[in-house]
Structures are given as structure tokens and as C-alpha cells.
Design a protein around this ligand. Structure first.
Ligand code: PEP
Ligand code: MG
Length: 328
């Protein structure tokens, strides 16, 4: 089965009726394999910077970070690389940074941590800005935003980092650029603030893993409730469709970088909703491309309408199974 997908890896991700879908990489773990991957995708839609921090024994210095980010940006240049600022807390812990909470998924995580530690945040932002000098393919993304003030504060800190670096580099000819800044939509409250946030940020990307977790109140890493964690739940699908509609209405570029985009059924439904940028693990790229190349957007929209009309995840899965068998 794998060979079938592999055989078309060099062909573009275009639907049967000619709609070009951008397929991007979720990256951050393995620099060696990412070298090969760079040629097979349209850039990096989610670079999880915390993965590297997790392998370290202490916070890497700004200089160390700069070298690391530069390698990543250069590897994918001129394609865009969306680097997410440190997303620790919840299921992601650093041995050298103690967070002990009764309820970590509802606690101190993502941008909440870095805004409370501006020195860490500024270090990371400056390292990213320096790494991007002369390249220009960096985009910065904020994880776990749930309040408007967090977006404002993060933007202010990015401005501060930019101006401080400009001063630091005043006598050099480095080309400092202001990268685009975006937010992850992974907390339900963020979805309802799109009218306002579309005025503040340059793009957004749906983190469907956390969005599913918070929408359904199901711990994404608890095996006991694993069967309740389902991004095909009609409520999740309806929210994802609403995000696409709102982003189109407010002209905010949008994408999705949760696991759902790397599943054939998920990718089909998302394209039908209007998503044109999907970011996924490398192992999903060929499979998703293969499936998208065999359907028209019209086929996908018809399936989406049927799924959105269901009232349970079980029913949605039944509809999807029948569709996949029919289109094998
Ligand atoms: C998500 O929540 O969907 C996401 C992409 O981020 P992570 O899985 O790293 O929390
Ligand atoms: Mg997340």
C-alpha cells in the first residue's frame, strides 16, 4: 500500500479539478531527516521549538538558538517556516523547568508561560529574528492564546525584540526583517475572537489536537477516555468549518496543523471547508496527496455536507467509511 503513495511523491498536490493544496510539514524533532523532507513539501507549517528544548539540560542560549533556527530556515528557504514559540506545560515538560500542577492542561502552558517570563521569550524572539536576517522565510506563531491581551503583549514583545536588535546591529548591514506573526487556534475562546484578532495578526493555524481536547473536555493523552477524543465529532467539524468561514470573511490567511490534517478523511473534509494549507507529519504527506489527487472539490463538499448533518461522531465515521470504500 505504501508504494502506491510513494510512487506519486513527485507529483503536485492538486485535486482532480485543479485546486492546488499546500501541504506543509510539522517538524522539530529530527534535523537529519528533515533535510530530505524539505524537497517534498511547501515549507514548514509548524516547527515545534520546544522539542529541541526538551532534549537539552538547560535553556539554550540566544546564540545557540540562533544557530539552530538559522539551520532550519536555510534548509527550507525560500519556502516559509512557521516557528512556534516555546510551547511547554501540559504534556510537554522540561526537566530543568519545574511546573507542577493538579490540572496541567488547564494551567500554565504555552504563551502563558513565556509571557510570564519575558526574558525567555525575548531571547527566543531575538534568536529567531537574527536567524532570519538575510533569509526572510520566518513566520512566528503563538501557542495556546485564549485572551486578546496575550496577543497584544506578545506583539509588543516582538516589537521590543526588533527595536533592541536594530540598535544592537546599528553599525552592521544585516537585513533585519519584521516577520509575520500568527496565532494558533486551539482554545475554543480564540475562535470567537477572530473578528478582532484578524486585525492584529497576519495568519492563524488551527491546532486541532488541543482544540478537540478543549471543545470535548477530553484529555488528549488519557487512554481511559481515548475513544471520546474524536476530531470527527460533529461539534468539532462545525467549529472547524466556522473558522474557515470567518477567516475567509475577515481575510485572515488560515491553515491547520493538528493531526487531523494528516488523515485522508480529515484532509478531504478540511479542503471541502475551504482550507488550502494543511501541515502534517512527514509520514502523512504522500498518503494525503494521493487521496486529494483523486477527488474533485465538489466530491469533497458533498461528503462534508453529509458529515455536518450528522449528530454523532459514530454516524460521521459511518458516512466516511462508506465514502472511502466507494472511492478506493
Ligand atoms: C495542536 O494542538 O493541534 C497542535 C498542533 O499542537 P501540539 O500538538 O504540539 O499541542
Ligand atoms: Mg497544541
Amino acid at each position: 500500500l505504501h508504494d502506491k503513495f510513494e510512487a506519486e511523491h513527485h507529483l503536485p498536490p492538486v485535486t482532480l479539478d485543479g485546486e492546488r493544496i499546500s501541504l506543509l510539514l510539522n517538524a522539530g524533532l529530527d534535523l537529519n531527516t528533515e533535510q530530505i523532507h524539505a524537497k517534498l513539501c511547501d515549507g514548514v507549517g509548524l516547527y515545534r521549538t520546544e522539542s529541541w528544548f526538551m532534549q537539552k539540560g538547560q535553556f539554550p542560549s540566544q546564540k545557540e538558538q540562533e544557530a539552530w533556527y538559522r539551520e532550519v530556515l536555510a534548509r527550507h528557504h525560500p519556502d516559509p517556516v512557521v516557528m512556534r514559540t516555546l510551547d511547554i506545560g501540559g504534556d510537554k515538560v522540561l526537566d530543568y523547568f519545574d511546573i507542577k500542577e493538579d490540572n496541567p492542561f488547564l494551567g500554565w502552558r504555552g504563551v502563558r508561560v513565556t509571557l510570564d517570563h519575558p526574558e525567555l521569550f525575548l531571547d527566543q524572539l531575538k534568536a529567531m529574528l537574527k536567524a532570519n536576517a538575510g533569509l526572510g522565510n520566518l513566520r512566528i506563531m503563538l501557542p495556546m492564546v485564549s485572551h486578546s491581551e496575550e496577543v497584544d503583549e506578545a506583539i509588543n514583545l516582538l516589537e521590543q525584540a526588533y527595536f533592541e536588535l536594530q540598535e544592537e546591529w546599528a553599525d552592521q548591514f544585516y537585513n533585519l526583517e519584521r516577520p509575520e506573526i500568527g496565532v494558533m487556534l486551539e482554545v475554543p475562546s480564540s475562535v470567537f475572537l477572530l473578528p478582532e484578532w484578524s486585525q492584529k495578526v497576519d495568519f492563524c493555524s488551527v491546532g486541532s489536537n488541543d482544540l478537540t481536547q478543549y471543545l470535548l473536555a477530553v484529555d488528549r493523552s488519557n487512554a481511559k477516555v481515548a475513544d471520546l477524543f474524536d476530531p470527527y465529532h460533529p461539534s468539532v467539524l462545525r467549529v472547524l468549518a466556522q473558522i474557515a468561514r470567518d477567516c475567509q470573511h475577515y481575510e485572515l490567511p488560515f491553515s491547520l496543523c493538528g493531526e487531523l490534517g494528516g488523515e485522508p478523511e480529515g484532509a478531504i473534509l478540511l479542503v471541502a471547508m475551504g482550507y488550502r494549507r494543511l501541515s502534517m507529519n512527514f509520514s502523512s504527506l504522500n498518503k494525503v496527496k494521493w487521496v486529494l489527487r483523486r477527488l474533485t472539490v465538489c466530491d469533497m463538499e458533498k461528503l462534508l455536507r453529509e458529515c455536518l448533518a450528522q449528530s454523532s461522531a459514530k454516524q460521521v465515521h459511518r458516512v466516511l467509511r462508506a465514502f472511502m470504500i466507494e472511492h478506493q
